[in-house]
Design a protein around this ligand. Sequence first.
Ligand SMILES: C[S@@+](CC[C@H](N)C(=O)[O-])C[C@H]1O[C@@H](n2cnc3c(N)ncnc32)[C@H](O)[C@@H]1O
Length: 213
Amino acid sequence: MEKTTFDQNTFAVADMEAARRIILTPTAGQSTDERWEIETPYMAGLLGDQLAIRPGQTIVDYGCGIGRLSKALIERFDCFVLGVDQSEDMRALAPAYVKNAAFSAVSRRMFHQIGLRGFRADAAFSVWVLQHCPQPDEDIGLIAAALPPQAPITVVNMKRRALSTREKGWYDDGFDLRSRLAGQFREVAAGPLPDEIVTPRVAEATFWATYRR
Ligand SMILES: C[S@@+](CC[C@H](N)C(=O)[O-])C[C@H]1O[C@@H](n2cnc3c(N)ncnc32)[C@H](O)[C@@H]1O
């Protein structure tokens, strides 16, 4: 393989507006704001159904960004959400966006540590994240370690990988995320996102799937 250097700064953002633009990049048919407005409530419903979220439960939002979905879930289901994000900037912006004491954002390192010390969530989800992770086995392992047996996890992702690299921009390294997830968990449901929510082009390129430990 030719040299590819992972670009660590992709999710380094100066402010909330820049964060929104990289979290939901404009597509052929939808602006960032349109995606935010249309996709967020749909995704909250999908996650609520798939994870059977009930009031008082603690849910992990892996790759939470500024907490777009954490906020929607807390407001809709009265749950607690622990956001995890590798970007210091996203973690710093998230509390001001979510504005709820039922939310906190932590680093991957802290998430690993509290998992070692016994933290277990009721469920987890990861939306538009694993496609970008250079070492997805590590991320999958971290999430698995924070879930007790039978707890569900829902993943929403592109079918192909999109690693941010200095040499090639967004790069597909061929890693087969779905088979790796199926190796670590048991797939219990899966489907496409609706055309009318994400546009037919995005629907074709993406999937959601729910697994149990
Ligand atoms: C496209 S954004 C999606 C944010 C959020 N899930 C949403 O849908 O609004 C991807 C997020 O994943 C985070 N991320 C990327 N790689 C990660 C990793 N290995 N571990 C944790 N977070 C990661 C980024 O910093 C960024 O905030």
